[in-house]
Write a protein that binds this ligand. Structure first.
Ligand code: UDP
Length: 409
């Protein structure tokens, strides 16, 4: 579990923000809330729960976190469902559905459901809702994945369960579905105290740059992303080249996933070919645990790019804005939620647009600085973990007052 305490956020978000959380939590003291997901470690959801659960506990919520158990066959089925929800043609046979239901029933039997609120994360434990009549709890489905283009059959199978919940939470308006239950928008968030985002000593940043053999003689344009075509690394190189005609700069493309993902190896080759031995293009393959290196690279950059073709939320944008960097991002997925054009960053629609913005920001450092500063404030307001806690507390209040137009807090 995370060893971070709410108090640790006070210097960052201010006393009033924390005070507000304590006030909102006051009326929820002693309420029993259970989070259910499918992994204790690894993956984004486990990471979120490791941060969130202790902080809700500190606020006086009686919070429990339950991880469902299953054998390999169960997780093959859930992986297949996950892929189908992402739109891949993954199988979901009658036998697979049976395994899914049997293992879920076994988990339900072994779980204490005497709760006030039960939050089910993602599809793996979704069958728990079958136990709804046996509890007095309010049930919430927290969907972390993009279900905007699912395989029809997989979504229809799941929908029967989703519709029984009291509320569903989605990460983007684009991911939500037509459902007969209330839906809430829960943006992902970043933790300003994590290794990925915390302040770093300048000497540490210098060491990281030395290790990656990155001189600091020119402005540094950086994109941190898995080597995936949807992140358009080749387009990034093209934009850099167009901009470099006018202003000298370096380009850093840093990301992981090359060793275990055959597709990313192909993309990496395409990127290397496009780079054509340009000594000012630095292609850095990162191992999976590179949070501090990513933090340092972002902090050392002059401009951060996120030139995605498709995107989920695009956490790298908030990470960079938090570090007061001017960010140029494509108007896809969750990026426009983070970049208000010409206020918290630059939104682009083409490679030429990206090149123009690089050139503009390099030649207008004052404007670039302002974007970064406003971006930082916007992330503080909307996309920090403290904001997520606030959303959960408000949601809990709403669930305890169904249909009421005014809720006393
Ligand atoms: N990231 C990482 N290693 C990499 C590339 C990215 O740890 O090689 C991090 C990045 O800092 C961010 C997350 O992984 O926190 C990527 O999230 P995002 O929403 O930007 O894109 P996704 O990879 O989920 O499509």
């Amino acid at each position: 579990m995370s060893s971070t305490h709410l108090m640790d956020y006070e210097p960052i978000v201010g006393h009033q923000t924390l005070e507000e959380l304590y006030l909102l939590a006051e009326g929820l003291k002693g309420k029993r809330v259970k989070m259910v997901n499918s992994t204790a470690i690894g993956g984004g959801v486990a990471e979120i729960l490791h941060q969130l659960v202790p902080l809700l506990d500190e606020l006086g919520i009686q919070i429990q976190w339950e991880v469902i158990k299953g054998g390999e066959d169960f997780f093959i089925v859930t992986k297949s469902i996950h892929n189908a929800l992402h739109g891949e043609a993954a199988p979901l046979t009658q036998r697979m559905k049976e395994i899914f239901l049997e293992v879920s029933q076994e988990n339900i039997k072994n779980t204490d459901l005497d709760q006030d609120i039960i939050v089910i994360h993602d599809p793996q434990p979704i069958v728990f809702i079958e136990a709804k009549d046996r509890t007095h709890a309010k049930w919430v489905w927290r969907c972390h994945i993009d279900v905007s283009h699912p395989v029809e059959e997989a979504w229809n199978f799941l929908k029967g369960y989703v519709e029984q919940f009291d509320a569903a939470l989605f990460s983007s308006p684009r991911f939500s579905k037509r459902l007969p239950i209330p839906q809430f928008l829960f943006f992902p968030s970043i933790d300003p105290l994590s290794d990925k985002n915390r302040e770093l000593e300048p000497e540490f940043i210098d060491q990281v740059l030395d290790r990656f053999q990155l001189p600091r003689d020119k402005p540094m344009i950086t994109q941190i992303s898995r080597f995936d075509r949807l992140k358009d690394p080749v387009g990034v190189i093209k934009a850099y080249r167009m901009a470099k005609h006018y202003t000298d700069c370096r380009l850093v493309l840093a990301g992981g996933g090359a060793s275990d993902d055959p597709e990313s190896e192909l993309v990496l080759n395409e990127v290397r070919t496009e780079a054509k031995q340009d000594p000012d293009i630095h292609i850095i393959v990162l191992p999976p645990t590179s949070s501090l290196d990513i933090n340092a690279l972002q902090r050392a950059s002059t401009i951060i790019l996120q030139k995605s073709i498709r995107e989920g939320f695009g956490l790298t944008v908030s990470e960079a804005l938090w570090k007061k960097k001017p960010v140029i991002g494509s108007a896809v997925g969750g990026i426009p939620a983070q970049i208000i054009p010409n206020l918290t960053g630059s939104l682009i629609y083409s490679t030429e647009g990206a090149a123009y913005q690089i050139r503009y920001l390099l030649s207008h450092p004052e404007a670039a600085k302002k974007l970064g500063e406003y971006g930082h404030e916007y992330v503080k307001e909307e996309f920090l973990i403290t904001r997520k806690i606030r959303r959960y507390l408000l949601l809990f209040h709403i669930l305890f007052h169904p249909g009421e137009r005014i809720i006393p807090l």
